[in-house]
Design a protein around this ligand. Structure first.
Ligand SMILES: Nc1nc2c(ncn2[C@@H]2O[C@H](COP(=O)(O)OP(=O)(O)OP(=O)(O)O)[C@@H](O)[C@H]2O)c(=O)[nH]1
Ligand SMILES: [Mg+2]
Ligand SMILES: [Zn+2]
Length: 359
C-alpha cells in the first residue's frame, strides 16, 4: 500500500495552520524535492507530483518566492492520467529560511531550505577542516532563524581532536558541537536527539564532509549516493546535486544538500551582526557611538582587547565580517535594482502588446 503521512509527522505547526484559507478543498503538502518534472510533495494523501500554474512564475517578484525544498504548499488535484498530479495553488509563509547568494555570476537570493528548525553545520576532521568556514556557516545560520549545531565528522581520521575543538570553541560562541564518525557509526544517537518527530534538520557543509553518509546512517539504508574525496585536501567531488527532504522512520525530517562550492552571504546586516553579540555589546559602551575602535578616546573595545576580555582574532574577524556584509549589501541592492528595472520593462511590454480596440 502507498505510504501516507500525518501532518504532524511532516512538521506541520500552528504557524502554518493559521495561514490556511477558507477554501478547504486545498490540500497542504510539503516540498521534498524539485526537479525538471516538477515538485515532489509529501502529504496526507501520500506522495504527490506538483506543478505551478504557468502564470505564477511571472507573478513572483524574485525566484526566492517560488516553492523550494521544505516549503509548505496548498495544492489541488487535477484531472490527469496520474491521480497524484496536483497544481500548487499557494506557498505558505516560511517560518525560517536558509539563503545564500546564487552560484556563479548572479546576485540573486537562493533559498536553500525552508521551514527548518535546526541546521547541522558539518565539517570533516580530516584535511578539509576549516574554522573560518564554520564561522561563516554559523553567521548564515543565525540569519536563517534556525538553531545551529556544529557536527565534526570523520573523527576516525583525527589525531589532534583537542586542538581542533579548541579552535572551534573560539568561534562557536557556545553552539552545541558534536564529534561523530558516520563511517564507524559513532555519535549518530547524539544527532538523532535533534531530529525528534515533527522537527526538520537541514544538513549543510562543503562537498565531501560526509553529509549524505550521515543521513544514510540516520535513515538506516543507503538512500543517497556518496562519493570519495580527493587525496591531499580531502575535498569532495560534488556527488549530491539535488536538495531533498526525507522522513526518518524514528520521527523527524532531514534535508540533504549539495556541498556549497562557494559560500556567500545572503543576509541583512542586523540579523547577521547578532552572531557578534559579544563584540557588539562591548562596542555599545564606547564613548562615541560612531567609534571605529582605532584611536578614539574612551574606546571600550580597545580596552577589552588590552585586558584580554576580547581576543584580537575575534575582533579582526568582526571587522572583516562588517566589511563583507557591507560589500555584499551593496551588491545585493544593485542586483535588486536591476531586477526591478527588468520587471518594469516586462510589464510595460505586456501592456504594449495588449490588443486595443482599433485592432
Ligand atoms: N573516514 C571517514 N570517511 C567518511 C566519514 N563520513 C563520510 N566519509 C567519506 O567521505 C566521502 C564523502 O562523503 P559524502 O557523504 O558523499 O559527502 P557529502 O558531504 O555528501 O558530499 P557532497 O554530496 O559532494 O556535497 C565518502 O567517501 C565517505 O565514505 C567518516 O566518518 N569517516
Ligand atoms: Mg552528498
Ligand atoms: Zn570603540
Amino acid at each position: 500500500m502507498e505510504q501516507t503521512f500525518t501532518l504532524a509527522q511532516l512538521g506541520w505547526k500552528n504557524f502554518f495552520q493559521q495561514q490556511l484559507e477558507a477554501d478547504n478543498t486545498l490540500i497542504p503538502a510539503r516540498v521534498c524535492r524539485q526537479d525538471r518534472s516538477g515538485y515532489q510533495l509529501m502529504s496526507e494523501h501520500g506522495i504527490l507530483l506538483g506543478s505551478l500554474p504557468g502564470i505564477s512564475r511571472l507573478e513572483v517578484r524574485s525566484k526566492a518566492e517560488l516553492p523550494t525544498v521544505g516549503d509548505w504548499v496548498l495544492v489541488r488535484k487535477v484531472e490527469a492520467d496520474n491521480p497524484n498530479q496536483v497544481i500548487i495553488h499557494t506557498t505558505l509563509e516560511r517560518s525560517t529560511k536558509f539563503s545564500r547568494k546564487e552560484a556563479g555570476e548572479k546576485f540573486g537570493e537562493q533559498v536553500v531550505a525552508a521551514n527548518i528548525d535546526t541546521i547541522f553545520i558539518v565539517t570533516g576532521l580530516d584535511d578539509n577542516f576549516n574554522v573560518k568556514r564554520i564561522e561563516r556557516y554559523l553567521l548564515l545560520t543565525w540569519a536563517s532563524g534556525a538553531t545551529p549545531v556544529i557536527v565534526l565528522n570523520k573523527a576516525d581520521l583525527c589525531s589532534n581532536l583537542e586542538k581542533k575543538l579548541d579552535q572551534v570553541a573560539q568561534v562557536s560562541m557556545g553552539t552545541v558541537t558534536l564529534v561523530v564518525s558516520a563511517m564507524n557509526d559513532e555519535g549518530m544517537d547524539d544527532l538523532k536527539e535533534w531530529i525528534t518527530e515533527g522537527t526538520t534538520v537541514a544538513v549543510l557543509g562543503s562537498s565531501g564532509v560526509g553529509k549524505s553518509t550521515i543521513i544514510n546512517r540516520l535513515l538506516g539504508y543507503s538512500h543517497f549516493k556518496t562519493g570519495d574525496v580527493r587525496e591531499g585536501d580531502s575535498k569532495g567531488r560534488h556527488t549530491t546535486t539535488h536538495r531533498e527532504l526525507c522522513l526518518i522512520d524514528t520521527g523527524g525530517l532531514v534535508i540533504d544538500t549539495p556541498g556549497m562550492r562557494e559560500i556567500q552571504f545572503w543576509v541583512d546586516k542586523n540579523s547577521s551582526l547578532s552572531s557578534y553579540d559579544d563584540v557588539e555589546s562591548i562596542a555599545m559602551t564606547c564613548r562615541f557611538n560612531d567609534c571605529v575602535h582605532e584611536a578614539e578616546p574612551g574606546c571600550a573595545v580597545k580596552k577589552a582587547m588590552e585586558s584580554g576580555e576580547l581576543g584580537e582574532d575575534r575582533f579582526n574577524s568582526y571587522i572583516k565580517f562588517q566589511k563583507e556584509i557591507a560589500f555584499f549589501e551593496e551588491q545585493q541592492n544593485a542586483s535588486l535594482k536591476l531586477e526591478r528595472k527588468n520587471e518594469h520593462k516586462r510589464f510595460t511590454k505586456l501592456i504594449r502588446h495588449r490588443p486595443t480596440k482599433r485592432d
